[in-house]
Design a protein around this ligand. Structure first.
Ligand code: SF4
Ligand code: SF4
Length: 163
């Protein structure tokens, strides 16, 4: 188990207030280089942390599904779109289509994704911390510090940059 995952488990709750404050400051006055710095930290963290040691997103957040995702996944599984809907899709409280259950039915025992090549766009983009997406998702990052060790550690390192 990665040190970064262990330290996230032990520390993310006590760091919650500071993370919230940092994100509020970044929202009020977004530094011009935020995307660049966050992108570098994203790369850095994901060289230190292996998602196969974690899979917490796949275990706890049902990914959004768009029309293309549904068609692609149905095709991969050899199902009609209607059968895929029946078996794997539900409508969430915001009216969005999501995978019907957590942990995700496509997560195997080794934390590998059984439909990796066909996985939904939301899975490909998670945790939204790379260069282009970071500043657009500040509110989401706070929620994700509770789910994703990578987001937590990116924010910890951002504290050092912007404090
Ligand atoms: S929660 Fe974050 S660190 Fe864990 S598997 Fe998902 S993206 Fe990787
Ligand atoms: S489709 Fe794959 S990557 Fe997406 S939540 Fe399920 S197991 Fe994880």
């Amino acid at each position: 188990m990665s040190f970064l995952i262990d330290s996230w488990k032990q520390q993310h709750q006590s760091a919650d207030k500071l993370n919230k404050q940092l994100l509020r400051r970044l929202k009020l006055r977004t530094p011009k280089n935020l995307g660049e710095i966050a992108g570098e930290l994203h790369e850095e963290i994901f060289t230190e942390l292996d998602c196969l040691d974690c899979a917490n997103c796949c275990k706890s957040i049902p990914p959004l599904l768009n029309e293309t995702d549904i068609r692609r996944l149905a095709k991969t599984l050899g199902l009609k779109v209607s059968a895929f809907h029946e078996r794997y899709v539900r409508i969430d409280e915001d009216g969005d289509r999501v995978i019907a259950s957590t942990p995700c039915p496509f997560l195997d025992a080794d934390n590998k994704c059984l439909v990796y090549e066909s996985r939904p766009k939301a899975c490909r983009q998670y945790p939204h911390t790379d260069r282009a997406q970071f500043a657009e998702n500040l509110k989401l990052h706070h929620l994700n510090t509770k789910v994703c060790p990578a987001v937590y550690h990116i924010l910890q390192r951002l504290q050092n940059v912007y404090d």
